[in-house]
Design a protein around this ligand. Sequence first.
Ligand code: AR6
Length: 164
Amino acid sequence: MVEIEVLQGDITKLKVDAIVNAANCSLLGGGGVDGAIHRAAGRELLMACMKFGGCQTGEARITPGFKLPAKFVIHTPGPIYNDGLHGEPELLRSCYENSMKLAEENGCETVAFSAISTGVYGYPKKAATEIAVKTVREYPTQNVKKVIFCCFGEDMLKIYQKVL
Ligand code: AR6
């Protein structure tokens, strides 16, 4: 089973093989963690993302990290939370699965996830955390040795610690 760690901080500072960005379907940047990642990685990241022509909710794409300490950025648009009855849990699960798949395929050993959909997209934090932890725990890994859940705020950190 993959080693799991939780920490509080800015994901753009992490020197890991891949960080996972809570993107939107355009993959062209935005606010929140997406904005922070694009600012820190530089304009080349935007250029690389433009080539994909967008990405559906629950899918994922990988780019180099450019100016980031991380080797790769995995971009995944999470679901916008409505009432939980519009496929949100399944889509959020897909985000984690497809991100793990890309990390595996690209030989990543360390992967740091942001808390996908829990900001602007309004996914209830505890429910999102349970999906994140369960999906990563259940994912069959070969290359990935360690997953870090990177929490921006203390409230999120506490939720992760409780769920873990
Ligand atoms: N490092 C780690 N986590 C962060 C950072 C950071 N530097 N900054 C924010 N977070 P959000 P979403 C946390 O809103 O809900 C964007 O505009 C934040 O506290 O970034 O998936 C995209 O372009 C929260 O827990 O992503 C999309 O349009 C988590 O990251 C939309 O927001 C996710 O919050 C996606 O919304």
